[in-house]
Design a protein around this ligand. Sequence first.
Ligand SMILES: NC(=O)c1ccc[n+]([C@@H]2O[C@H](COP(=O)([O-])OP(=O)(O)OC[C@H]3O[C@@H](n4cnc5c(N)ncnc54)[C@H](O)[C@@H]3O)[C@@H](O)[C@H]2O)c1
Length: 274
Amino acid sequence: MGKNLLQGKRGIIFGALNENSIAWQVALKCVEEGASIVLTNAPVAAKIGQTEALATQLNAPLIYADVTKMEDMENLVSESVAKLGGKLDFVLHSVGMSLNVRKKVPYTELNYDWMHTTIDISAISFHRLMQVLWKQDAVNEWGSVLALTYIAAQRVFPDYSEMADAKSMLESIARSFGYHFGKRNHVRVNTISQSPTYTTAGSGVGGFDAFFNYSNTMSPLGNASSETCADYCISLFSDYTKMVTMQNLFHDGGFSSTGIAQDLMESFASEAGK
Ligand SMILES: NC(=O)c1ccc[n+]([C@@H]2O[C@H](COP(=O)([O-])OP(=O)(O)OC[C@H]3O[C@@H](n4cnc5c(N)ncnc54)[C@H](O)[C@@H]3O)[C@@H](O)[C@H]2O)c1
């Protein structure tokens, strides 16, 4: 049962590919909390994803747009404002893709054409989105723009490869654009740094099971699920977080502040005693 935290608000949700997608859970909760939303995804998602089924379930317009194409983004934002009947109050950027990771290219041997694509899809697209929102003056005062990121932006997780570089840039764009959007429209811009989560993008990272289990053991609260991530997104779209902006917010069960977990200490102690 929702609490009407987003009653009367309008938003766009990027990246709900299938029910494992973090954005899928966010879309469900936005509607449960009283918002009207537009769903969007890459045109290829029409073939490989279930975004359309979600759009039908939520009675939400679905507008396909490739985040690397300016004209797609312009059309998406203007059409969304028209279909929802007014300016937007929130936007979730839940988009990421790495060709080098997908093709298992080692970090020391990156293909730069692919790296350009990775950075365009996973980071520059956030700037492109905000530039379009800005130029069309499409966001209401005190609106909220969010993107999803991962702690590899701050610390090395070798298998995360070039996505770490893309996420660093994404977080920097949130701060830089957040300044301008705050000054002009009181719009806040933040990134949520989420625990490893079993999704199409997440499971594409090499050794994901080990990644997930390590993080789950290290975090005092365990890994954060996509459902709890959706709750956090709702709070950041709501009027209860109006003065939070230009932040990278960890939603990770305490992982980012933990040096070592007792369980791991014990496993190393028994190794040493052998
Ligand atoms: N899963 C994790 O472990 C994890 C952890 C932290 C952060 N994140 C981030 O969460 C976000 C959502 O990913 P997810 O884990 O839900 O996986 P997902 O695969 O379900 O979502 C990624 C989405 O990006 C979309 N996309 C890719 N290229 C696109 C393009 N050119 N134009 C428009 N859309 C495009 C895909 O269609 C898909 O819907 C990503 O930014 C990801 O990096 C994921």
